[in-house]
Design a protein around this ligand. Structure first.
Ligand code: NGQ
Ligand code: ZN
Length: 483
């Protein structure tokens, strides 16, 4: 349903806002009353003041205000596959048979299609309460596997998509060289991903100023230990550190038991164990899908300060397995969520799926609540905002994440008039209703990203045109990839 853009909506989408007053706002330490939030023209908070009175002329929030959630893992093009792999294609369907279908799409997508799909996706993300996205971007070359005349072509599509939608971007160009442990050559389906280490470092050099112009963060993603041999991993990390000592580093690490077995056969070690012994993993790292770890790996990986990148709906969709979040938390581990293949694009639904997976595995309830935050949706939101910001590389040294001075003004206002929120007295209950009961009829009302109002009445200002372009690109792509 497209809504016409009002003159106010147009004006507020082009001028940075400067303040919002919220009766309830979720600050790093928990819910606070009567909070005045102010930000500067660059879109960073300059004041977060609880116990205030609404100054005249300042916009008042109509419902509880949350920090925007960072989406720490995205492969934008995979949004075009949504709903299309939910049938049994082989005697036993698996992650690996899903990947065959995914490669067909990756093999065919054009730059125009990628930009349209990513723009539509990022608009959906903002509407769903995400304000930052870590794009794990591995389709680099043309359909024949040749570099584009401008080698950065597809990265530029993603930068433009994030700019058009107004979402914060952490761009993670992906290093991909082999099809399996021990340097097995890449398959034809992987031809668009392959890049030498020096070509990757050159790409990062080219992208760095372009990212800086739009406030995007630039990192690097060795795809997996399957795809990057040890020498290349070492050289890439050294090269990256020479360019930017604090750049985020993301890796797919132990998603499938088949991957763990193959790593053991190759090295005698499990993937997380191998990584911890061969790379200096620290708080700049995000371990995506560290699903299969033994007790020692949980303990050691948590101690590095790295963020566990959990993608609950994709991991369920692909039949990966269940991450033991209680064990990770007991070891002091940090975590955040990503929508990965975008089987679902809904920040609340990722939190719901994550908590439910833990309930099913432990036969307990409210598993992710803490002593400080007994309301599980509140506890999870705070943890995922903080871990997500760390993984996105957007934390300032020594400062908190979310609604605090120095951070980007990324705000989500809940709709207090939503049927499941009406009649509730506390922001804890309203956030719980949003996460656990509003399902598929999101209670997000307004979203500001970098201080700019992007979503009103649950709808992005550009949603009509972005959706139309998405549908067109997807239709073309599906026609061209029909088996
Ligand atoms: C990806 N996705 O790179 O898109 C992967 C599948 C692989 C997830 N791991 C491919 N969910 O890991 O080889
Ligand atoms: Zn992934």
């Amino acid at each position: 349903m497209a809504m016409p853009k009002s003159p106010e909506a147009q004006a507020s989408a082009t001028q940075p806002g400067d303040a919002l007053f919220a009766a309830h706002a979720l600050l790093p330490g928990g819910w606070a009353r009567d909070v005045l939030l102010q930000w500067n023209a660059a879109g960073a908070f300059t004041a977060v003041l609880p116990g205030n009175r609404p100054p005249p002329g300042v916009t008042q929030a109509s419902g509880p205000v949350l920090p925007g959630l960072p989406n720490l893992h995205s492969h934008a093009f995979q949004r075009a596959m949504g709903g299309l792999t939910e049938y049994r294609g082989t005697a036993q369907d698996s992650f690996w048979s899903w990947r065959e279908l995914m490669y067909r799409l990756a093999g065919a997508i054009t730059p125009e299609q990628l930009e349209a799909v990513a723009t539509g996706l990022y608009v959906e993300m903002l509407e769903a309460g995400y304000t930052q996205v870590c794009e794990f971007h591995y389709v680099h070359h043309d359909a024949n596997g040749q570099a584009y005349a401008d080698d950065a072509t597809l990265s530029l599509c993603l930068l433009r998509a994030a700019q058009t939608a107004g979402i914060g971007l952490t761009l993670l160009p992906v290093l991909y060289q082999t099809s399996g442990f021990g340097g097995t050559p890449p398959s034809d389906g992987q031809r668009r991903f392959i890049r030498r280490t020096d070509d990757m470092l050159a790409l990062l050099d080219r992208l760095r100023p372009l990212c800086a112009v739009q406030g995007a963060r630039l990192g690097l993603a060795p795809h997996s230990l399957r795809a990057v041999p040890p020498d290349a991993l070492r050289a890439a990390l050294e090269g990256l550190r020479a360019q930017d000592p604090t750049a985020p580093i993301h890796i797919h690490i132990a998603e499938q038991t088949g991957e763990v077995d193959a790593c053991l056969a190759w090295s005698g070690q499990r993937p997380v164990q191998w990584l911890l012994d061969h790379a200096s993993v620290d708080a700049h790292w995000c371990l995506v899908h560290a699903t299969h770890m033994d007790a020692d790996e949980y303990r050691r990986a948590a101690a590095t300060g790295a963020v566990a990148g959990l993608c609950p709906t994709t991991e369920a969709n692909l039949g990966d397995g269940i991450f033991d979040l209680s064990r990770w938390l007991a070891a002091g581990g940090r975590w955040g969520v990503g929508s990965d293949s975008h089987a679902t694009v809904n920040a609340a639904e990722e939190l719901l799926m994550l908590e439910y997976s833990q309930r099913l595995a432990t036969r307990q309830r409210n598993v992710l609540a803490t002593t400080m935050q007994p309301h599980v949706a509140t506890a999870m939101t705070l943890a995922a905002v903080s871990g997500g910001a760390q993984a996105s590389g957007t934390l300032n040294a020594g400062a908190g994440a979310g609604l605090c001075v120095g951070q980007r003004a990324d705000l989500v206002e809940l709709d207090a008039a939503h049927p499941l929120l009406q009649g509730l007295n506390t922001p804890e209950d309203m956030l719980s209703a949003h996460v656990f009961a509003s399902h598929r009829q999101s209670a997000v009302a307004r979203v500001w990203a970098g201080g700019r109002l992007r979503v009103q009445h649950g709808q992005h200002a550009e949603s009509a045109s972005a959706r139309a372009a998405f549908i067109h690109a997807r239709r073309q792509l599906l026609e061209n990839t029909r088996p």
